[in-house]
Design a protein around this ligand. Structure first.
Ligand code: AMP
Ligand code: MG
Length: 337
């Protein structure tokens, strides 16, 4: 109703001021998709918001590991070793494999048998035995994924999962659509994975709170980042975990051991123009840890990062100095080139 009033108001002004440009109506919507609450704010039309939801639903219907009708489910339950992918899934796998290559497998789309054994997708969470993990690890060699155009060949027993990149990829698809539509201001929030377009409705840069990993209410921030026209994506061990015998096990796996990555980090945030890259790197650099992650940033560049360590320290790359305000009690240090 609020928007309807606004629309009528604008129409009335239009009648009087023919020829003048009219600012678009501000739209806000929340919905559940991709296992998370998605919030969309944008200056545009109702149809723009609806289309965002459609884009996300369509992607989810392709890459869900559990929906038996999804393309990914069909891939993982294939009858022959070679399958033909849709353009969308071929692109996503191609993008993820590029990061697997540069991160030396820290990002590994073939880890699904391991995640499944831990029960992170089925919610039957459990600690697999060493023997079980040892038997599964040979099925997770991402170098054996053969992708040629849309043709994918997988060894028997291999299974894929795009949990580490799909939300970032979805944000890219949405951002491309919104730019084509001439939308100048938007915030897409996939449960903490954010994409910003232009400025907020006050005409200022978007202010993105980086979650305090120790605050279970998710109301407090480790810091605030000013952002425009980019993805801001966090991987954190607090996002999905369970406890057994006093030990906490989280969902970001180290492909060399089949165990939750223990790199000394609790979260990694990546800031860059590409959502799929930010999402893939947030997972990969979480696995690699602060030292290796900083090395990677120095070698490849093209993104900024915020690392939060287990003891509450923050380290952020120098490109963020002007626009990141850390607020945890412990020290916050800049990583220089
Ligand atoms: P994210 O929250 O973006 O860090 O992604 C975590 C999700 O990616 C997990 O829930 C798994 O589905 C999947 N995953 C876990 N570990 C890895 C890994 N090392 N490489 C690729 N995907 C992973
Ligand atoms: Mg990720």
């Amino acid at each position: 109703m609020r928007y309807l009033g606004c629309v009528l108001g604008i129409s009335a002004i239009l009648l009087i001021m023919a020829g003048c440009s009219v600012s678009k109506v501000y739209q806000e919507r929340q919905f559940l998709a991709m296992d998370t609450l998605i919030s969309v704010e944008l200056s545009g039309t109702e149809e723009n918001v609806q289309q965002i939801q459609t884009i996300i639903d369509e992607l989810e219907n392709k890459v869900s590991t559990t929906n038996q009708n999804s393309e990914l489910y069909q891939i993982n339950h294939r009858m022959a070793n070679t399958v033909v992918l849709s353009d969308t899934v071929a692109q996503l796998l191609h993008d993820e494999l590029e990061i697997s290559e540069t991160t030396n497998g820290a990002l590994n789309p073939a880890l699904y048998p391991i995640s499944l054994a831990w029960g992170f997708t089925t919610e039957n969470k459990r600690v697999p035995s060493e023997q079980e993990l040892a038997a599964l690890l040979p099925k997770t060699n991402w170098r054996q994924i053969q992708l040629s155009g849309n043709q994918l060949t997988l060894m028997e027993g291999m299974e894929l999962d795009f949990g580490a990149t799909a939300k970032g990829f979805a944000s890219d698809l949405c951002a491309t659509y919104l730019r084509e539509q001439g939308v100048k201001s938007a915030l897409l929030d996939f449960g903490g994975n954010v994409y910003t377009i232009g400025d907020n409705k006050e005409g200022e840069m978007w202010k993105i709170g980086i979650r305090d990993p120790w605050d279970e209410t998710a109301q407090n921030f480790a810091g605030v980042l000013e952002s425009t026209n980019e993805a801001v994506i966090t991987s954190g061990s607090y996002e999905r975990y369970f406890e057994q015998d006093g030990v906490r096990y989280h969902h970001i796996m180290d492909g060399t051991t089949g165990m939750p990555a223990q790199s000394g980090l609790v979260s990694v945030t990546i800031v860059c123009e590409s959502g799929v890259k930010a999402d893939g790197l947030s997972t990969a650099l979480f696995v690699m840890g602060l030292e290796e992650g900083s090395k990677y940033w120095r070698q490849y560049g093209g993104f900024e990062a915020i690392f939060i360590t287990e003891n509450g320290e923050q380290y952020y790359t120098e490109g963020l100095i002007q626009r990141y305000e850390p607020s945890l009690e412990k020290k916050a240090e800049v990583i220089y080139q």
